[in-house]
Design a binder for this molecule. Structure first.
Ligand SMILES: NC(=O)c1ccc[n+]([C@@H]2O[C@H](COP(=O)([O-])OP(=O)(O)OC[C@H]3O[C@@H](n4cnc5c(N)ncnc54)[C@H](O)[C@@H]3O)[C@@H](O)[C@H]2O)c1
Length: 309
């Protein structure tokens, strides 16, 4: 039987994700948006490329949420990007109401699915969706760390003038300015990159990674990235649908690990058919652990200030 993935929000990120899923023949896709005609038009356009791109997966666009019924995975990209001058709380409030109403519909239409949250502020929205859905911890996960790590790897490979495939790295914490690119797990073919890069250059790369999204927003003037984000979402979808047990950084519910309780935050997880199948509690330096806890505290504080529930 074919897998089914629904994507809520037919904007830049949602549409590119849908396109990549069908082009890889990973699953049939339902693209949902509130704007009439937009998801239908985008689905039709992508469908018309099927003979050229050689895919058989079906994509449909709709404004009717009931078409997400029986989805294996529902990806939430619905919401608004941060605009200049907007605080994290203001964005959280605006998108929080969208994520709340979308999650209520997911709970009703696709109660067995795994939810991947993409809407920002990522960790806060993931926690909100988890609460509203009432789903087990393993079935609600946020996409942030895969993208942050991909950006970090790209900058490192450029600096070292090596293939990005030979870089291994891990970015933990919130998908935002408190993210933590972990030095000790950043290697070139298993050799710590500190042996190849001067400390000040590595620090500059870490800073660039932290503002990786903002750098693109600044170039665009309006709107945010979608190529890197959609590829990151597809990596997570593939791990779940193929039950490949990939170890990836993702926003997961912590219940004591790292001394953090009651929030979602980016940590290394095992992703398989059941969603988040394991959370790895890796060794961190005192400084890294403090940074992760700080990041979790900020996420909790932002969630509490929303008062949406
Ligand atoms: N987690 C990440 O790494 C990451 C990366 C990129 C973007 N994002 C976030 O993803 C979100 C989407 O980004 P984008 O560039 O695609 O934005 P976009 O504005 O292009 O698309 C958002 C879409 O959501 C739709 N929408 C709004 N309310 C809806 C609802 N209730 N139901 C269904 N659809 C609804 C809008 O009509 C719009 O088409 C933003 O919050 C952005 O900040 C996160």
């Amino acid at each position: 039987m074919k897998n089914k993935v629904s994507i809520i929000g037919a904007g830049f990120v949602g549409t590119m994700t849908a396109q990549k899923i069908v082009e890889k023949n990973l699953a049939d896709v339902v693209l949902v948006d509130i704007i009439e005609g937009v998801p239908q038009g985008k689905a039709l356009d992508i469908s018309q490329s099927s003979s050229l791109e050689e895919f058989d997966a079906k994509i449909t666009g709709t404004n009717d949420f009931s078409e997400t019924e029986d989805s294996d995975i529902v990806v939430v990209t619905a919401g608004f990007p941060r605009t200049p001058g907007m605080t994290r709380e203001e964005l959280g409030l605006k998108n929080g109401n969208v994520v709340k109403s979308v999650t209520e519909k997911i709970r009703a239409c696709a109660p067995e699915c795994i939810i991947i949250i993409v809407t920002n502020p990522l960790d806060v929205m993931t926690h909100l969706a988890w609460k509203v859905s009432g789903f087990q911890d393993s079935r609600v996960v946020g996409m942030g760390g895969v993208l942050d790590t991909a950006r970090y790897k790209y900058f490192l490979a450029e600096e070292l003038n090596v293939s990005v495939k030979d870089i291994e790295a891990l970015v933990l914490g919130s998908h935002g300015d408190t993210m933590i690119p972990v030095d000790s797990y950043t290697t070139l073919k298993g050799i710590p990159v500190s042996q190849f890069i001067k400390k000040e250059n590595l620090n500059a790369i870490i800073e660039r990674t932290k503002t990786g999204g903002a750098e693109i927003v600044k170039l665009f003037k309006s709107g945010s990235a979608w190529h890197g984000p959609s590829s990151s979402i597809v990596v997570m979808i593939e791990a779940i649908l193929r039950d490949s047990k990939r170890v990836l950084p993702a926003s997961a519910y912590l219940n004591g690990a790292y001394g953090i309780d009651g929030t979602h935050i980016g940590v290394p997880v095992k992703l398989g058919a059941s969603g988040v199948e394991e959370i790895y509690e890796i060794n961190l330096s005192d400084e890294e652990l403090a940074a992760l806890r700080f990041s979790a505290d900020i996420t909790k504080e932002t969630f509490d200030k929303l008062r949406i529930l």
